[in-house]
Design a protein around this ligand. Structure first.
Ligand SMILES: [Zn+2]
Length: 260
């Protein structure tokens, strides 16, 4: 073999080796690509499967019942209350019928140290001053005294868009914290327990002004949500302790209302 032939031979071998290396690299890249594609498909299948599983699970799940603690008893006597109805006027007692009671709204007066009588008289005074629209069915004072300002068959101006289907209770407060005095609290629990039975409501239908509009009312029970939960628990306990078993008619009425 001549020198030229040998050189051509080795050049040929080098090229062949390079081609082989390129082919090998290409095969490796293809293999990696296939692997990634398979991983991607598995991922898509897993996500699709999980979504279908969730969809079927949600479809077959029982609807969540909002009402979980419908009291088995009712409190048949209200706390003592003083009826001092406001005169019918456009600012505090519009005289519009309240056709359905679906809830009870708890408020605070935001006016520390004022009495139930003063707050009731303020509502009455609006008929002359016309300074704003405001009122409440009931006002509870710091000594637990209770005044009714508006008949329960009429609306009050207290709870914005829920005026049409709720009863409103204003609670007086001794100081800026907005915490109800013990006597106020006791009357409130009794009143709520009685109204709950009277209107065939659940304790979850007892709401704060805050729950309607986001207003900080009643302040203390907005700042301390656990205290609010405790308040509803206290109503349940009151009904359990002082209530009488519902008559079959009352039970039926409540069942038809709640759809249970
Ligand atoms: Zn309020």
């Amino acid at each position: 073999m001549s020198e030229t032939e040998r050189r051509e031979q080795s050049e040929y071998e080098r090229r062949a080796a390079r081609r082989a290396a390129i082919r090998k690299k290409k095969r490796r890249q293809e293999r990696n690509l296939r692997f990634l594609l398979i991983l991607f498909c598995i991922g898509i299948l897993l996500i699709a499967g999980f979504s279908i599983f969730r969809f079927i699970k949600n479809k077959t799940k029982q609807p969540v019942m909002k009402r979980t603690a419908t009291p088995e008893k009712i409190v048949d006597t209200p706390p003592d209350y003083d009826v001092q109805l406001l005169s019918v006027n456009e600012y505090s007692r519009p005289g519009i019928g309240l056709e359905q009671v679906n809830g009870i709204v708890v408020h605070y007066t935001a006016n520390p140290g004022t009495t139930a009588q003063q707050n009731r008289d303020y509502f009455e005074g609006l008929s002359q001053s016309g300074e704003t629209f405001a009122s409440s069915h009931f006002v509870i004072g710091m000594d637990g005294e209770l005044i009714q300002c508006i008949p329960c068959q009429e609306i009050a101006y207290a709870s914005n868009e829920r005026n049409e289907d709720t009863i409103a209770i204003e609670c007086c407060i001794p100081d800026e914290t907005g915490k109800f005095a013990d006597a106020t609290y006791d009357t409130l629990i009794h009143l709520l327990a009685w109204l709950t039975g009277r209107y065939h409501l659940d304790t979850e239908d007892i709401i704060r002004h805050y729950d309607i509009t986001g207003k900080e009312c009643p302040k203390y029970y907005v700042e301390y949500p656990l205290e609010w939960e405790q308040l509803k628990e206290d109503v349940r306990n009151y009904i359990e302790s002082y209530g009488v078993l519902k008559t079959p008619e009352e039970t039926e009425q409540m069942q038809s209302k709640t759809g249970e």
